[in-house]
Structure formats: C-alpha cells, structure tokens
Design a protein around this ligand. Structure first.
Ligand code: SF4
Length: 691
C-alpha cells in the first residue's frame, strides 16, 4: 500500500453502473482516481464510455463511506470491531435457526456485487443457515423477462450479443430508454442506424431521445403492450409472413397458439392499446421486410401486472418470424444493474440453484447436497416480496441483506419501512449507510468494485474480470470475505483465499460455467455463457437447439392481464425511469459531487396540455398523491409526455420525495415484481411560480 501512494497504477476494471458491462483501465495514485481510460481491447465498449463510467467514481472516496462495522445501541449506531459484529450475528441468527428453523431467516443478495459474492451468499443461506429464502433485486426489475424467456426459449438471458443487435435489420425497443439507462449500447444502435440503415421502432409512453430518432414511434396506453405485440403476431400469420418451416421444425404448441391468437385482431388491439391500426400494420410490415429483428425491452414492460406475460409475448413474436438463433435477431431484456444477470446465474433466487438449475429437480439438488454436506429443501424459498409478508405474519424473524436498498427501492416505501421495523434481527452489508441500513441491528462495511477482485456478467451473458485498483477503505472488506467470516463464526470453514477458488467451485457445480476459470478471463479476455469444459463459449444462443430436452422452443399460451384499476380521483398516470447521469435510485451517484451539481433534485414532467389545464408552469411546486403516499416536486413542462401522463425520474436525493412513496404493492402475476409503472396519482398545485 505504501508503494501505491506515489505511483500511478493502471488497473483493468468493469463498470459498476449498468448491465452493458463496459471495461476500462482506471488510473490511480494512492486513493486518487486520475482517469478512466477505455481501450480498444474491451470486448463491449472499445474506446467508449458514458458519463457515469467516466466521471461517476468519486463515491469511493466519499466521507460518507462506512469504514467500521456498526452495532445498534438504542437509537444509535456504535462502531465495533469485526469480531464483535460477527459474534453478535452468529449468536442471534444461530439462535433463531435453532429455535424456529432456517425458514425463519431471509437473505437478500445484490445485483451489484460480483458473481463470487453472490454465489457465496446463496451458499451461506442454503448450507450454513439451511434456508431457501434467498432472492435478489431482479425481483424489482427483470424477473418477468427471465420468466417469459425461460418458458419459451429456455435461457433467461439475452439471446445474442450487443454486436448482434448492431447487425439487425430492425430494432424494436419496448418500454426502455437506452440513451439514459444503457448509454453505450444506445450509441451502437444509433450508429447502426446511421451507417447501415438499420430501422428503429420505439414503443413507450414517453417520447425520449431514442424515440425521437425512431422511424416509427408507438405510444400505447399504459400496460397494454401484450395486446399490440400479440396482435402483430396474428397479423403476420394472417398475411402468410410467418416462417412456417422454422415453426414446424423448431417450435411446439403452434396450433394451441393459433387458437389463443384468434381474439387478438387489429380492431381489438386498436381498442385496448389506442394505437391506430395503420401503425400496427406498419410495424408488422417492417418486421416482415427486415433482415433480422431484435426486440429490446426494459422495465416499461416488466414492471406491470402483465410483465412476464408480455415478455413471453415478445418471444412468441420472434418465434413466429424465425428470429432466434441467427445473427442480427433475438430477444434482449436490458439488464439494469451491472450484475443482474450474474446474480441470478449464481442462484440467489428462491427456486434456482447456481447455473440456472431448478431446486425442485431431485438430481440437481442432490448434487448440491453432496457438495455442501446438508439437506436442501425441495420447496422453493420466499421471494423478497414474500419475505416481507412473512415478517408481517411473524414467521420470518431475521434478515441478512447485502448491497440492496429495499427501504428505498421496493414499492410502497411507507409499508416497507413499517415491516422492516418489526424484524427481531436485521443485518445490512453495504458501502454506505443506506435508508435500509437505518433499520438494521448490525451494519457491515463492504468494499465497492474498485476495491476487490471478482467477475461480473453483463446483459449479454459476458463474464469479465475486475481487478482490485484500491485497497478497501478503513475496515471495509470485500463481500465474499465478509460472508466467509459469517460462515466461520457459525462453525463452517470454507477457506477460500481468493475469488478464483470460488469460481472454480461454481464451474464444478454449474454446467453453464463448466469451462470458466480466472486463467481464461485474464486481462481483457471474456467468456459468454454457456461455456463448455474446453472453454468454448456461446455468444449466440439457439443456433441449433432451444434449451429444452427436445431442443424445441414453446409458444407461450398466456393471456393479457389488464392494468390495475384505481379510484377515479387518481386521474393521472405516473410513469418513472432513469436519468443518464444517475445510477438507479442514486445511492452511488448522489455521493458524486459533479453529478449532484448537475442534477441536484428530482422533478416531475408535465405535458403542455395538462400544464395549461391545471395552470402549471415550468418550476411550479406540486403535490402528487397516490393511494399509498404523497410527495412534492417541481414541474418541468415538456412534450416528451402526453395528456394525463406524468413522468418522475426514479432517483432522488432525499427520501421525502422518492417515487416509491407513491408506488403500490400489487405485482406481476407470475413473479410478484411490483407494478411500479402502474401508478396513478392526483396532482395539487401548491405554488405556480418562483423558487
Ligand atoms: Fe458504465 Fe453502462 Fe455507462 Fe458503460 S454504458 S460506462 S457500463 S454505465
């Protein structure tokens, strides 16, 4: 460390801010970050980065970092040694396990930590505490996309790479805003349009920057995507534009699917979605004429009651037109956090063991039972949402949460706060004292990505190494180290000396990681899962087979689920999403001075029509109230939004005006992902003008 003070060091790392997975060198001198330098060697971004990847890093030196463990004494947190904190956790959680069994304990993992951290978190839950109650924050965003793809094509991930998207004749973006959410990926699409004449359709409530660039902009009514997507599939088949041979050879349940399609006529779609018939026909024609179609989707699709059904409908449409298993085509759920994909792959999910192996499958479960030397319950555990319900019922006594800010990010925050206060014992492991940490009994200081070794898996299933560029600040530690200590204090010695040994264990238990090792990921090298033992990887899925025993895909036969109904006093639709400069709800970028200077506070976008009707101007102060809570915001009058639709960015600096004080508890019918996008509010003008 002393040497580091005076020398400029260059360390390869992978960006911690989004699922695109840009890699670059970080130049440091001591703890000072001098520069972020992307190089041509990066498999994803080459020489590009976005503003977060380039300038978002000074949070690592924030004076708000946690630097020692903290133990609650009454209303206060008192710094403690690691020994004291670990002893207390083992004592409390061990006693609860002994008294009530492992199912009285819940574990929440992170989509920001490394694969190795995530793997150990599920191992801690399943082996040491004998609980299947483990979930991660994809429950709040991407679970429906995974669910829809697992049901239809068999892998819960992007079917090709970002390079494949660039080669598509047509890109359709549904309910996502890549310019702000996945910036470097967005530049690839913009370039392909400019250089190769790629066509672009954007479907969104909001006319964002990408929508401005599109050849066709669709503005369906909130929560109705399933209907227009399915009606287009029907229209394509009715016109004889489908790929009959492909369907016959590669997809099951076609005749049942045809039956389901019957009612999804253009007239029905027009009525439900509000999209003119001509636009639907134009969309179908563009798919028919394109040399390969890729569909990209985000939380505008998934955070709805029909989120997983709509994701399956997207896969159905791509199957009808033979758009899986070829370059320049496929399904691309845009993973939000840097390691959403990896965290799920590592089995931090109640029904999945590492490597996407079902816990209900006896043979697969036995393999892990042998490796871990314990019996694993065959029943899936509780989701994040169910864990909180179990706390309410007094069945779940303690929770251990790593790198996740449930009290801010989960919907209906007021209710979540009440529930967290009811826990007998609560451990939070994070880089900062988050909103959630304020409910904890013990807080453990974790090291962020620049301070540890490990791997991340990006949205295209690409596994890349990150190397330690800085020493952990104060007494903070890498997550894998902390989890290993908890196991040790519970009497289980794992003895990992380096994350590479954890990856070796993952490779031995998860066939899709069979050929993954740190040697094969040296420097800028990367692998895209599934990876065979000999190191062959598979950037493009489904060229020969879909991931089912018979090698065939399945048309999903699910139906439309209409949006949640609200009492008519809540007359405005409230949409939410990202801003380019901020990471998610802002828990890292709010500690970055440059970013905070540029975007100090959150606002609400109001359409010119509504502004006129309500007498609102730019900068007016309004109060938004939903059935769950109320917040006050300044207005921005813009035609990016239409009519009675409002838009609020999901980040906020203070909790008093956080979007999730307004969102409700109802979720996707299959995965329980909260229907954040289906929120209705009423608006009261407090002050028309003036700051
Ligand atoms: Fe980081 Fe995403 Fe920006 Fe790339 S696009 S630099 S991964 S935030």
């Amino acid at each position: 460390a002393a040497m580091r003070e005076n020398r400029i060091e260059k360390t390869k790392t992978v960006c911690t801010f989004c699922g695109v997975g840009c890699s670059f060198e970080v130049w440091t001198k001591g703890r000072e970050i001098l520069k972020i330098e992307p190089t041509e060697n990066s498999p994803v971004n080459s020489v590009s980065t976005c503003v977060k990847g380039k300038f978002g890093w000074d949070f690592v030196n924030s004076d708000q970092r946690l630097t020692t463990p903290l133990i609650r004494k009454g209303d206060e947190f008192v710094p403690s040694t690691w020994g004291e904190a670990l002893t207390l956790i083992a004592d409390k959680m061990g006693t609860i396990k002994q008294t009530y069994g492992g199912s009285a304990l819940g574990f929440v993992s992170s989509s920001k930590t490394t694969n190795e951290d995530s793997y150990l978190m599920q191992k801690l839950a399943r082996q040491v505490f004998e609980s299947n109650n483990i979930d991660n924050c994809s429950r709040y965003c991407q679970s429906p996309a995974t669910d829809g793809l697992l049901a239809t094509v068999g892998y819960g991930g992007d079917s090709g790479t970002i390079k494949d998207i660039e080669k598509s004749g047509l890109v359709i973006i549904v309910g996502a805003n890549p310019t702000e959410g996945h910036p470097v990926l967005a530049t690839r699409v913009k370039r392909a349009k400019k250089l190769f004449g790629q066509k672009l359709i954007v479907s969104d409530l909001r006319k964002h920057e990408m929508a401005e660039r599109s050849d066709l902009f669709l503005h369906p009514k909130q929560g109705t995507d399933f209907v227009w997507i399915t009606a287009i599939a029907k229209y394509i088949i009715d016109q004889g534009w489908h790929d009959e041979k492909y369907i016959e050879q590669r997809v099951n349940q076609y005749s049942e699917y045809l039956n389901l399609l019957e009612k999804y006529t253009l007239e029905y779609a027009e009525e439900v979605t509000g999209l003119p018939k001509e636009q639907l026909i134009e969309t179908a024609r563009m798919i028919h004429e394109a040399d390969g179609t890729s569909v990209l989707w985000g939380m505008g699709v998934t955070q709805n009651v029909a989120g997983s059904h709509t994701s399956a409908a997207i896969a159905n449409l791509l199957l009808v037109t033979g758009n899986f298993g070829r370059t320049g085509a496929g399904a691309y759920p845009l993973r939000g956090h840097n390691n959403v994909q990896g965290s799920c792959d590592m089995g931090t999910l109640p029904q999945w063991l590492p490597g996407n192996q079902r816990i209900t499958d006896d043979k697969l479960r036995e393999k892990f039972e042998q490796a871990y030397g314990v019996e694993i319950a065959s029943q899936p555990g509780l989701t994040n949402i169910e864990m909180l319900q179990a706390v309410e019922k007094g069945e779940l006594k303690a929770m251990y949460l790593m790198g996740e800010d449930m009290a801010w990010v989960d919907s209906n925050s007021n209710h979540v706060h009440e529930t967290l206060s009811k826990l007998d014992f609560f451990v939070v492991q994070d880089v900062f004292l988050t909103k959630t940490a304020q409910f904890a009994d013990v807080v453990l200081p974790a090291a962020p990505s620049l301070e540890k070794d490990g791997t991340f898996t990006n949205t295209e299933r690409r596994i890349q190494r990150l190397y330690r560029a800085l020493d952990p600040l104060g007494e903070s530690k890498p997550d894998w180290w902390i989890i290993q200590q908890i196991a040790k204090y519970m009497g289980v010695n794992w003895n990992y000396e380096h994350p590479s040994e954890i990856m070796d264990e993952i490779a031995s238990l998860a066939p899709i990681f069979a050929g993954v090792s740190y040697d094969r990921l040296e420097g800028w090298d990367s692998l895209v899962w599934p990876v065979q033992k000999d190191g062959t990887d598979e950037p493009l899925l489904y060229t020969e087979r879909f991931n089912f025993a018979d090698g065939k895909a399945n048309f999903s036969l699910v139906e439309y689920v209409p949006p949640i109904e609200f009492s008519h006093e809540f007359d405005l639709t409230l949409n939410n999403g990202r801003l380019l400069e901020h990471f998610h709800e802002g828990n890292m970028t709010n500690k970055s001075k440059g970013i905070l200077y540029k975007l100090p506070e959150v606002f609400v976008e109001v359409s010119p029509e509504l502004a006129q009707e309500r007498g609102v101007k730019d900068g007016s102060l309004v109060r938004l109230e939903s059935p769950y809570g109320a917040i006050k915001l300044r207005t921005v009058v813009t035609d990016r939004v239409q009519g009675k639709e409002l838009y609020v960015p999901m980040h906020s600096v203070s909790h008093e005006n956080a979007i999730n004080l307004l969102t409700g508890s109802v979720g996707d019918v299959r995965t329980q992902t909260p229907a954040y996008k289906q929120t209705k509010v009423k608006m009261e003008v407090i002050k028309v003008k003036g700051n």
